[in-house]
Design a protein around this ligand. Structure first.
Ligand code: HEC
Ligand code: HEC
Ligand code: HEC
Length: 435
């Protein structure tokens, strides 16, 4: 009798779970946040008026950075985004009717950017940063729509995804969004300036800085409770860019703006994923918007814009290394292999190589990115205004793991205020890191 009842309740629970799962798969728990205004089409005149505003927002969202191949046509997609389960390709977002978004209604784009759902009820993968564009205002999405519809249509077919993404897995994204797609709002605080509010709107929304600068959970969902506290992408540790940490590394509003709009500042040059951001997005944005982002990023919880710290002083062990110590070995390697470009005092050479004194990467708690740069170098990059630097050469074949460990230990103690010695194991781990 008892076991009978137990069996029945288990059956009921299983049944409920099945019903619940089917409901999730069918999208029962996905609400839409599309504004009613999006249902009517925009007039041709409105569309014309909105184009220039939309262009700025498309730069802020780096839409073209992700939806264009390096040598390919603007907006025609085809950029590979590798995941452990297969490759997803960005799609054609030019107004081509066959392969692009030429048949998109105004509401279709609202649905993509606010809800993460493409026409035909196709749940988008979060490689498209809809978790962030969700907070974009309806008026701004209209402007983005007007701009995208005004660019040259490209008759370029979309690439086929690979791996698990060839299977009909889009409905399963409803489970992911249920857990990882919070209904975020634009940050707002009483008594903050318009500039701060603009910066908050861009940083937390279109510009999706947190996509790289925030840790992710095991489902690859953004851990918003630790917003901008640093993440991990493509084998690099992404720096913490909370106000306290930016100020600690010497940034103030002018230098942070300069960094975002040119890719070069006293704190160093942008490279890897950050170079893509400064190159395609922030350097193309209007100065007022960039200044607003810098203001927001440097304003602490109490509304105070933090004062920058002085660069860390060399630690005694690095400034006066004992003869034959690992520090002394590191110092000598620096003088032989690096000082020619970065200077005996780490002062750098304008337009040739960045200063290492006061460099933000060297001051990170994690040594990983410095190790990576020494191992793999940085290919020649272009910066705003046709500025170019030399390429940073790779040293993986010129220095052995021991030498790199000693070298990076010395640099971090000399210019980064970091006392902890870098181990050979850390260097070896980075040699195997995926790029
Ligand atoms: C970090 C890279 C990235 C950025 C930035 C990005 N996208 Fe995407 N986008 C993607 C990827 C990848 C897909 C394909 C996702 C999929 O297949 O589920 C996509 C899909 C789309 C689609 C759906 C197309 C369709 O019908 O299948 C549209 C529309 C779109 N993006 C517009 C934009 C706009 C507008 C912006 C700027 C505000 C933007 N994207 C920024 C990566 C990006
Ligand atoms: C041929 C000149 C040259 C030499 C030699 C060189 N570097 Fe660099 N280094 C550069 C340039 C140029 C960059 C910036 C590249 C860019 O971002 O485009 C750079 C970047 C860096 C960075 C990243 C910081 C930043 O702001 O971009 C670190 C760390 C670094 N170098 C350390 C070293 C160390 C350590 C050595 C010696 C093993 C060394 N470099 C040797 C030219 C050089
Ligand atoms: C695609 C990933 C990615 C995105 C998106 C991204 N960053 Fe970065 N960011 C990086 C990486 C990688 C570094 C470390 C390399 C370097 O310093 O260039 C970095 C470094 C930085 C630094 C240097 C700071 C320091 O203290 O070391 C700042 C400032 C910064 N990012 C701000 C931003 C802002 C603001 C945004 C949004 C507009 C943004 N990032 C978006 C990847 C990204």
């Amino acid at each position: 009798m008892k076991s009978h009842r137990l069996r029945n309740s288990i059956l009921v629970i299983i049944l409920l779970i099945i019903v619940f799962s089917i409901a999730v798969l069918l999208g029962a728990f996905r609400s839409s946040s599309i504004a009613p205004q999006a249902k009517q089409p925009l007039s041709a005149d409105d569309m014309k008026l909105l184009v220039s505003k939309g262009r700025e927002l498309v730069f802020a969202g780096d839409c073209m950075g992700c939806h264009s191949q390096a040598q390919g046509p603007q907006g025609a997609g085809g950029v590979a985004i590798d995941t452990p389960f297969g490759t997803i390709y960005s799609t054609n977002i030019t107004p081509d009717k066959e392969h692009g978004i030429g048949n998109y209604s105004r509401a279709d784009l609202h649905r993509v950017l606010r809800d993460g759902i493409a026409p035909g009820d196709r749940n988008l993968y979060p490689a498209m940063p809809f978790v962030f564009t969700h907070i974009t205002t309806p008026d701004d999405i209209d402007a983005i729509y007007a701009y995208l519809m005004s660019i040259e249509p490209m008759n370029v077919p979309n690439k086929k995804n690979t791996g698990v993404f060839t299977l009909p897995v889009r409905p399963f994204m409803n489970f992911w969004t249920m857990l990882n797609f919070p209904d975020r709002q634009v940050p707002s605080e009483p008594d903050r300036s318009k500039v701060w509010a603009r910066g908050a709107y861009l940083v937390e929304g279109l510009a999706h800085c947190a996509a790289c600068h925030t840790p992710r959970n095991f489902m690859m969902g953004v851990d918003f409770a630790r917003n901008l506290e640093g993440g991990e992408v493509d084998g690099l540790d992404i720096p913490n860019i909370t106000p306290e940490m930016l100020a600690k590394r010497g940034f103030d509003v002018p230098t942070l703006s300069q960094y975002l709009s040119t890719g070069v500042a006293p704190q160093g040059t942008s490279f890897a994923g950050m170079h893509t951001v400064t190159h395609f997005s922030t350097s193309a944005m209007e100065q007022d918007d960039v200044d607003a982002m810098a203001t927001y990023l440097l304003t602490d919880k109490n509304g105070k814009i933090l004062e920058p710290s002085e660069p860390p002083k060399p630690l005694a062990a690095a400034a006066h290394p004992a003869p034959d110590s690992d520090m002394e070995v590191g110092r000598r390697i620096y003088m032989a292999a690096c000082a020619g470009c970065h200077g005996m005092e780490g002062e750098g050479v304008p337009n040739v190589s960045p200063s290492l004194e006061g460099n933000a990467i060297i001051a990170m708690d994690s040594a990983r990115d410095t190790i990576d740069v020494v191992l793999n170098g940085i290919p020649t990059e272009r910066f705003t205004g046709y500025k170019r630097m030399y390429a940073m050469p790779p040293f993986s074949h010129r220095l052995n793991d021991d030498e790199i460990a000693d070298l990076v230990t010395w640099i971090r103690a000399q210019w980064g205020g970091q006392a902890e010695a870098v181990t050979v194991a850390e260097v070896q781990k980075q040699e195997k890191a995926l790029h």
